[in-house]
Design a binder for this molecule. Structure first.
Ligand code: OAD
Length: 254
């Protein structure tokens, strides 16, 4: 499929490309998204019981067990062609800033380095009280319903918590500042597989549009766009991104 030539040209000639990803980029690896109607995690689980500091304090084994289930799912899956194409795009432009809302490590396993993880990492737990990082030891057998008591912190003995940003918590400041600066200063911005409803991350494509960058959304659902420099590419990331990469390479070779 020929993608809009404006988008291909904008990526091929970008001086600073921003790639911003959400759960949709990992969907084809087998990781459920949050908000897809039937398969999304928040369609089947209540975020207020699983993804807030209050929920953790109320029932640590329930919350820790749920994140262990997701971590184990991640250990069993692989990056998909979308992650791989993004890693290849890094080599095609002078500067690429990768910003992700995902707590998985699939971008890294595909070869991308230096991704700004706005919502933390499921692989970097820390003590709930003193924040000392915790290193996982072994993988307990379990299913998604299973509660698991979180391990005690090696420094203070309090429970270890997942290293992710929960509802009501601040995003990591350094990553957030770098992401905002990139969105405001890039000349091309790709927003991939996000519903764009969780702030402040959802502000990033808006900032890029306001800054005059070319902006393209890649999503199976059409995204509302404004102006002549914003595009909605309707389809799956694992199919559209390799096509985009190919067409960018062809443009640069021509
Ligand atoms: P959502 O689940 O809200 O949105 C996923 C988006 O991916 C939807 O718009 C889908 O249409 C799209 N999608 C599904 N399959 C796709 C595919 N194969 N290719 C491309 N797009 C696809 O996930 P996020 O926008 O990432 O926060 O959610 C934002 C935040 O909400 C998450 O980081 C998480 C959640 O609560 C925290 O954990 C703090």
């Amino acid at each position: 499929m020929q993608l809009p030539k404006e988008v291909v040209k904008a990526v091929a000639e970008a001086k600073h490309l921003v790639v911003f990803t959400g759960a949709g980029v990992s969907a084809e690896s087998g990781m459920p998204t949050f908000r897809d109607a039937l398969t999304g995690l928040w369609s089947n689980f209540d975020p207020m019981r699983l993804a807030t500091p209050e929920a953790f304090l109320q029932d640590p084994p329930l919350v820790w067990g749920w994140y262990e289930w997701r971590r184990q799912l991640l250990l069993a899956i692989e990056p998909n062609p979308a992650h791989l194409a993004i890693a290849q795009l890094t080599k095609k432009v002078p500067k690429l800033t990768l910003i992700t809302q995902n707590v998985d490590d699939l971008h890294e396993r595909a070869g991308s380095q230096g991704a700004l993880h706005l919502h933390g990492s499921i692989f970097e737990p820390r003590c709930f009280t003193c924040a000392k990082p915790y290193v996982f030891e072994g993988v307990p057998a379990m299913d998604e319903e299973q509660a698991i008591t979180p391990p005690p912190c090696k420094a203070c003995g309090d429970p270890v918590r997942p290293g992710v940003v929960w509802f009501g918590e601040a995003l990591p400041e350094t990553e957030l500042d770098a992401a905002f600066a990139a969105a405001e200063n890039c000349d091309c911005f790709l927003s991939i597989g996000t519903s764009g409803v969780v702030q402040p991350a959802a502000q990033l494509p808006v900032l890029a549009v306001e800054a005059g960058a070319w902006v393209a959304h890649i999503n199976p659902e059409a995204i509302d766009v404004e102006g002549s420099k914003e595009f909605s590419l309707v389809g799956k990331a694992g199919s559209l991104l390799p096509q985009l990469l190919k067409q960018v390479e062809a443009w640069q070779a021509s």
